[in-house]
Write a protein that binds this ligand. Structure first.
Ligand SMILES: Nc1nc2c(c(=O)[nH]1)N(C=O)[C@@H](CNc1ccc(C(=O)N[C@@H](CCC(=O)O)C(=O)O)cc1)CN2
Ligand SMILES: Nc1ncnc2c1ncn2[C@@H]1O[C@H](COP(=O)(O)OP(=O)(O)OP(=O)(O)O)[C@@H](O)[C@H]1O
Length: 186
């Protein structure tokens, strides 16, 4: 898709991915573990306060340069929540698996999630999200339950004034940053 907006998104992704690689290279494993703890504490509190009866939480399993979700996943499981993580299909649509098993629960299982923790490269002041560019979460969010809360996770400096938005983009309800904690949009 060669629209100006799609090109603007690509340019922004390149800058943020490069910054993330540099950030990861400069942080030792202790710093990363602390980040994982800070994220887990904040999101566990958010779930307890905003969705106390949540039975199922969808969480991305972080890649090396992303805000680390390992301790969040452990903490949710310790609190008896089902945790589901995405399986990327060949067309980049998302199916889901319980992190405790390997069975493919299907693309519609996202409807079971009471809270959805999304990866993002940037979030803007309206909650619009810049993702990896596969349109994966756009499609998955269209199948979410009517009361599901969406929380995106980004680094400081990735909560920006504006991201280029296309008509299919949907805003998130809240965002977490290491320094700012959780900001609720809706
Ligand atoms: N952890 C995670 N899982 C996810 C996503 C994601 O953004 N993060 N996705 C979101 O839709 C889907 C998969 N799509 C993806 C597309 C591109 C890249 C990617 O290229 N990422 C980094 C490499 C990060 C690293 O290895 O540290 C990059 O380009 O630099 C990742 C996921 C579903 N699962
Ligand atoms: N509901 C949809 N159905 C099919 N294709 C879609 C849908 N939403 C978005 N796409 C396509 O996916 C591509 C990437 O979209 P976009 O730039 O919004 O991805 P993203 O949200 O940043 O990425 P991701 O969710 O994978 O992290 C676009 O070409 C778009 O047309």
């Amino acid at each position: 898709m060669a629209t100006e907006t799609a090109q603007a998104k690509q340019a922004m992704r390149r800058v943020i991915r490069a910054r993330r690689r540099e950030r990861r290279q400069q942080a030792d494993d202790n710093v990363w573990r602390e980040l994982s703890t800070t994220l887990a504490d904040a999101v566990l509190t958010f779930v307890r306060e905003a969705a106390p009866d949540a039975a199922c939480v969808a969480v991305y399993e972080s890649l090396d340069t992303e805000p680390p979700t390992e301790q969040l996943i452990t903490g949710l499981r310790a609190r008896q929540r089902q945790v589901i993580a995405p399986i990327t299909l060949p067309d980049k649509d998302l199916s889901w698996r319980d992190v405790a098993g390997n069975a493919d629960l299907g693309v519609d299982h996202i409807a079971a999630a009471d809270v959805i923790v999304l990866p993002a490269l940037a979030i803007d002041a309206h909650g619009m999200r810049l993702g990896q560019g596969g349109g994966s979460y756009d499609r998955a969010l269209a199948r979410r339950g009517p009361h599901a809360l969406t929380l995106a996770v980004v680094f400081d400096g990735e909560l920006v004034a504006g991201v280029p938005a296309e008509p299919h983009d949907l805003p998130v309800d809240a965002v977490w940053t290491p320094t700012g904690g959780i900001l609720r949009f809706a």
